[in-house]
Design a protein around this ligand. Structure first.
Ligand SMILES: Cc1ncc(COP(=O)(O)O)c(C=O)c1O
Length: 347
């Protein structure tokens, strides 16, 4: 079944053929269940190579599970998480943090989807007040929900501010491959080496069929995560199939190639539509998403032909997302349609 090209989400892309081949290779014979298999051991080794020797990675099914369990593993019942106001964990996880994690999220103001150290400090005025929830962690998404990327200096200053106040830094890395490639840096250079404590590592948006991991980057963290993952319903009995996907992504260059392609298609799209009448590129294009503002009528007509997300109805803000399999000719055809439709309504 062949469906038309989509700019709806990197989740709408298929799994990369080499991931399917890795799954087929893993699909042979009996192997110990619940993570005691050789694929999980190899994935663990690869996470240590990419992130540093103290790394402990726990494969699981999805990003919401990774965020909710990763964060709740570092919080006590009266503690909270500071996040960006656009954070997926706050606005797009269906109340899972509140219901299953049992923690409160405190949304901070953003610029281009990013928070700044000053807004962390500004939200600490009530520390020690028993009537107030006590912040214990800061979470940032890299790449952000708005397709921008925190550089290592920005992450380091957020980590320094968080640590100075006894808070830990969590990164939602649903698109960490896109962020690392955009910066031309290794995973460790944007996480472990700049003070990130816990990471939700994302693979699904970058060519996997469905596998993510909670990754603890410091000694002393995640000691009880084995139990929490099971209790949190994210322990796969046939874990070899999650781990085999992560191995396929991290063993060679697949993580980099897939993300580099998706990012370059977003650049191509942004450049191609930038001069369409009435269109404004709304956010810096630094990963695999293009955010644009354009007249409502243009959005409506384009949506009849191309799947994409209206991010903010009131603001006429749309998101066009590229993926590892986005074809240059589809980008060009879409951009030509954007020009044609925008031109029609501009007349
Ligand atoms: C920033 C971010 N974090 C996490 C997720 C993970 O979501 P899911 O639970 O659908 O895998 C997503 C998916 O859209 C996302 O965009």
């Amino acid at each position: 079944m062949n469906s038309p090209a989509s700019f709806g989400s990197d989740n709408q892309a298929p799994a990369h053929p080499s991931v399917l081949e890795a799954l087929a290779r893993a699909n042979s014979g009996h192997t110990p269940s619940y993570g005691a298999d050789p694929w999980t051991e190899r994935a663990q080794e690869l996470f240590r190579q990419h992130f540093g020797p103290h790394t402990r990675a726990f494969p699981l099914f999805n990003g919401t599970g990774a965020n909710v369990l990763g964060l709740s593993s570092i919080l006590r019942p009266h503690e909270a998480v500071l996040c960006a106001r656009d954070a997926h964990v706050d606005v797009d996880e269906g109340g899972a943090p509140e219901r299953f994690g049992g923690f409160k999220l405190v949304a901070l103001p953003t610029q281009h989807g990013k928070i700044a150290p000053g807004s962390i400090e500004a939200s600490l005025g009530y520390v020690g007040d028993p009537h107030r929830v006590q912040p214990r962690a800061v979470t940032i998404s890299n790449a952000t929900e708005l397709g921008t990327v925190y550089g290592p200096g920005e992450i380091e200053s957020l980590a320094e501010t968080a640590h100075a106040h006894g808070l830990l830094l969590h990164m939602d890395g649903a698109r960490i491959c896109n962020a690392a490639v955009s910066l031309g840096l290794s995973f460790a250079e944007i996480t472990t080496r700049v003070g990130v404590d816990v990471l939700s590592f994302g693979g699904t948006k970058n060519g996997l069929m469905g596998a993510e991991a909670v990754v603890f980057l410091r000694e002393g963290l995640g000691e009880e995560f084995l139990f929490l993952r099971k209790q949190g319903m994210q322990l796969a009995s046939k874990q070899r199939f999650l781990s085999a996907q992560l191995v396929a992504l991290l063993e060679g260059e697949l993580w980099r190639e897939n993300a580099a392609h998706a990012n370059s298609m977003a650049q191509r799209l942004a450049a191609a539509v930038a001069r369409a009448p009435g269109l404004e590129i709304a956010e810096p294009v630094q990963a695999n998403a293009v955010f644009a503002r354009l007249p409502k009528a243009t959005i409506g007509e384009l949506q009849q032909r191309w799947p994409f997300l209206v991010w903010d109805e009131q603001a006429n803000l749309v998101r066009w997302m590229c993926a590892w399999n986005t074809r240059a000719e589809d980008v060009d055809a879409f951009a030509a349609d954007v020009h044609a439709v925008a031109g029609k309504f501009a007349r």
